[in-house]
Design a protein around this ligand. Structure first.
Ligand code: GLU
Length: 441
């Protein structure tokens, strides 16, 4: 860590993600001298390669715009590079390195053979027209296409990249590569190679994981009050499944504030979340305007200010700080399943764990998204498509298996489970062993 901090000063998200994993695996690592001899940690914390490129496009006013694009191919020990693309104004190499690093362990947990990658751009989709989004995606793919391929590196969505963006990206890839294998991207439309349930998968998988965690703790999700941050694709899937399982979603939030929903979210509100995302306005207050009387909007507040039993961060890294964790506990919250990647600050996680609040990390909880991307790749390779029932069953099985791995590696002497340790050790052991078996490369 000391060497990395000196080498990459200021790459805070990346250093935070690495520190968490190294702290978790230290004891196990020291029991395996063969890992140390092959310098597994030193090799694992560095990405295999990073592509950086300029993306120039023309906006609706005819002005030329320039952004930066990246693809971080982090680790291919257990399969081809796999991970999403993030379009957000705050994207930096540090952010994508943290995400690619996390993705490597998350993908290892899915039981499927996928390596880790992440990419994206500092392009800000907020306020952009559909035509601008299309031109940007085309310009981005004009550079990216040579770095990816269905057996090599398979991007998908992440923050700011959903079905619409994947469509524009795929259209341009096909034109440039003259290759018609749909497996090069996942999260595609249902009529052209996309897997049924992929849009829902991150949120659905998160709730399946939460169910297993609650079951192990002798509790049930039905009737629990759930606070969700964000209103994008992940929050939408989580709210949908929470409602189906009989929970009450009492809050959703956005960069502008929080919408408390005292009687619980309704299917109409969940449908409206999709319209809010498609509008690119990035405002959760629109929900309060659409459903007056049923929702209470408070500007500048987070979802964590609304009393709940279960907190589900579904928005962005470090969105839940120590003071939020304290507020949640004071308001009666007893469980937090992190759905966003690294959604909680380390101090908040520490507070949860010390205070007896059930906590599970994003790389376990949100792995259903990339797992279903893996299922999409399988369907594409076989030129078939599975039914919703088949995909849902497989997703269920995968989430159960991830929970099992966390319990296997994270059970404390008193029988409780340290899910952070469990997820990190399980992912690490799989990647480390694969690297060792493949020699010094
Ligand atoms: N962006 C998602 C994640 O963080 C999904 C990646 C994928 O489907 O490749 O895992």
């Amino acid at each position: 860590m000391t060497r990395l901090e000196a080498k990459y000063p200021g790459e805070n998200e990346y250093l935070q993600a690495v520190r968490e994993v190294l702290e978790s695996v230290e004891e196990v690592y020291n029991q395996h001298p063969e890992f140390e001899q092959a310098r597994i940690v030193e090799r694992m914390v560095e990405p295999d390669r990073i592509f950086t490129f300029r993306v120039t496009w023309v906006d609706d006013r005819g002005q030329v715009q320039t952004n930066l694009g990246y693809r971080v191919q982090f680790n291919s020990a257990i399969g081809p590079y796999k991970g999403g693309l993030r379009f957000h104004r705050a994207v930096t190499p540090s952010m994508l390195k943290f995400l690619g690093f996390e993705q490597t362990f998350k993908n290892a947990l899915t039981t499927l053979p996928m390596g880790g990658a992440k990419g994206g751009s500092d392009f800000d989709p907020a306020g952009k027209s559909d035509a601008e989004i299309m031109r940007f995606c085309q310009a981005f793919m004009y550079e990216l296409w040579q770095c990816i391929g269905p057996d090599q590196d398979i991007p998908a969505g992440d923050v700011g990249v959903g079905g619409r963006e994947i469509g524009y990206l795929y259209g341009m890839y096909k034109k440039l590569a003259r290759e018609y294998n749909t497996g090069v991207l996942t999260g595609k439309g249902g009529t052209w190679g996309g897997s049924v349930l992929r849009p829902e998968a991150t949120g659905f998988g998160a709730l399946y994981f939460t169910q297993h965690l609650l079951h192990k703790a002798g509790k049930d999700i039905a009737g629990q009050r759930v606070a969700i941050s964000g209103f994008g694709n992940v929050a939408w899937g989580a709210a949908t499944k929470a409602l189906q399982l009989g929970a009450k979603v009492v809050a959703i939030s956005g960069p502008d504030g929080v919408c408390a929903i005292p009687d619980g979210i309704t299917p109409e509100m969940i449908d409206y979340m999709l319209e809010m995302r498609a509008s690119n306005r990035n405002r959760v207050e629109d929900m309060a305007d659409k459903f007056p009387g049923k929702t209470v909007f408070t500007a500048g507040k987070k979802a964590w200010s609304v009393p709940c039993d279960i907190a589900l961060p579904c928005a962005f890294q470090n969105e839940l700080a120590l003071e939020d964790a304290q507020e949640l506990k004071a308001n009666g919250c007893w469980c937090c399943c992190e759905v966003s990647n690294m959604g909680c600050r380390p101090e908040a996680i520490h507070f949860f764990q010390q205070g007896g609040i059930l906590f599970a990390p994003g790389k376990a909880v949100n792995a259903g998204g990339v797992a279903t991307s893996g299922l999409e790749m399988t369907q594409n390779a076989q030129h078939i498509s599975w039914s919703g029932k088949e995909v849902d069953e497989k997703l269920h099985y995968i989430m159960e298996s991830i929970h099992h791995q966390c319990v296997q590696y994270g059970t404390r002497p008193d029988g409780s489970v340290d899910y952070v340790k469990g997820a990190n050790i399980a992912g690490f052991m799989k990647v480390a062993r694969a690297m060792l078996e493949q020699g010094i490369i």
